[in-house]
Ligand binder design. Structure first.
Ligand SMILES: NC(=O)c1ccc[n+]([C@@H]2O[C@H](COP(=O)([O-])OP(=O)(O)OC[C@H]3O[C@@H](n4cnc5c(N)ncnc54)[C@H](OP(=O)(O)O)[C@@H]3O)[C@@H](O)[C@H]2O)c1
Length: 338
């Protein structure tokens, strides 16, 4: 089978498609023939050597796939044979064939293409955990979604609309028209101007009830300062560090130095909450994640979950796909096709 291998840390030339032996299904696993694999920002950071969770190189990244079950391991319900599925993979998803634990696999909604289905797991589970589970967003509240035009951003917008919250979103200006059409109430250009005074003006100086921030470092301080009383800040990424080579390492050091501390007394007196999320550290909680995923898949039937694929790239174009995300060209998800 063919796999996308991150051969070393560095530029996009480090990404290669290589032939590897087919995987074997262990007890409780199935082998899925992949039809589409999600590309995530974490894959870019891994290639840049800035993602501590990534396996050592050479490695095969990929947290999510859609495809067809080709083989069943011992103890797996035979109903799964030949089924179209969507699954979470603990790396290795960017392959023609992948071994997946049956507990991390779900039926693919019939109305979705394989490309759309592969756009669901990481983006929607992350957004669901941030907005519904930990952020406890309620009808009538307000939310600021940073990078609203990205994969997690669009998923968060779908959920905010379902909840009935007022939505603010930062994004590159070229994405605003699309975001308005998707239902974002207030797109804010954060590339050519400071988003903070604009948000203040739009909220009568009050701030918002929930902010989800994947940028990191000193940006978290700014987001924290923009919360309304009883507001919550969800921190879930450090995309500000993104860069190849020594620049990336320096950026990461800056993130570490500039990250704010939140004192309990300050939280108490301002009625604020802060939390962090790392979906990749929830592998030991499959039951919890499965409950969220079932709700999300129900959302597909109910039409409030609308996975949006910007464009597919073939496995051979993986370098171009990385570049597309790094250059902020994507709206929504980028998927890789074997
Ligand atoms: N903790 C978790 O469990 C978890 C799970 C999933 C994702 N994440 C994090 O969430 C963020 C979004 O992930 P995603 O996969 O959905 O990616 P994405 O948002 O689809 O793609 C990247 C987008 O982020 C924006 N961006 C902001 N700073 C950037 C930078 N320095 N370089 C390049 N792009 C930058 C760009 O959009 P605009 O310029 O238009 O804003 C770009 O299009 C990432 O930080 C990722 O690591 C965390």
């Amino acid at each position: 089978m063919r796999q996308i291998v991150t051969t070393s840390t560095g530029g996009i030339e480090a990404m290669k498609v290589e032939q590897r032996p087919d995987p074997v299904a262990n007890p409780g696993e199935v082998i899925v023939r992949v039809r589409a694999a999600g590309l995530n920002f974490a894959d870019i950071l891994a290639r840049q050597g800035l993602y501590p969770d990534a396996p050592p190189t050479p490695c095969v990244m990929g947290y999510e796939i859609s495809g067809v079950v080709e083989e069943l391991g011992e103890g797996v319900n035979s109903d799964f044979a030949g089924k179209s599925v969507v699954a979470l993979t603990r790396f290795g998803g960017q392959s023609e064939l992948v071994a997946v634990k049956a507990t991390q696999m779900f039926g693919k909604p019939e109305g979705l293409t394989f490309e759309q289905a592969a756009a669901i797991p990481v983006n929607y589970l992350t957004a669901y955990a941030l907005l519904v589970v930990m952020g406890s967003l309620h009808e009538g509240e307000s939310v600021l979604i940073h990078n609203a035009g990205g994969g997690v951003g669009l998923a968060a917008l779908d959920i905010a609309k379902k909840v009935g919250a007022l939505s603010f979103g930062t994004a590159s200006p070229g994405k605003h028209k699309f975001l308005k059409e998707r239902g974002l109430d207030h797109p804010i250009d954060y590339r050519t101007q400071d988003w903070q005074p604009i948000l203040r003006e739009l909220t009568d100086n009050r701030g918002v009830d929930l902010i989800i921030d994947p940028i990191g470092g000193k940006h978290w301080r700014k987001s924290y300062a923009s919360l309304r009383h009883t507001g919550r800040l969800g921190m879930f990424g450090v995309s500000t560090a993104s860069a190849t080579g020594i620049k990336g390492k320096i950026n990461l050091l800056k993130v570490a130095i500039q990250t704010p501390w939140f004192h309990p007394f300050a939280l108490l007196s301002k009625n604020r909450g802060v939390f962090g999320l790392n979906l990749g550290h929830l592998w030991h909680e499959p039951e919890k994640v499965a409950v969220w995923m079932r709700d999300i898949l129900r959302g597909v039937e109910e039409d409030w979950v609308r996975p949006y694929v910007d464009r597919p790239f073939s496995f051979d174009e993986v370098g171009e796909a990385h570049k597309y995300l790094e250059e902020r060209k994507n709206i929504g998800k980028v998927v890789l096709i074997p």
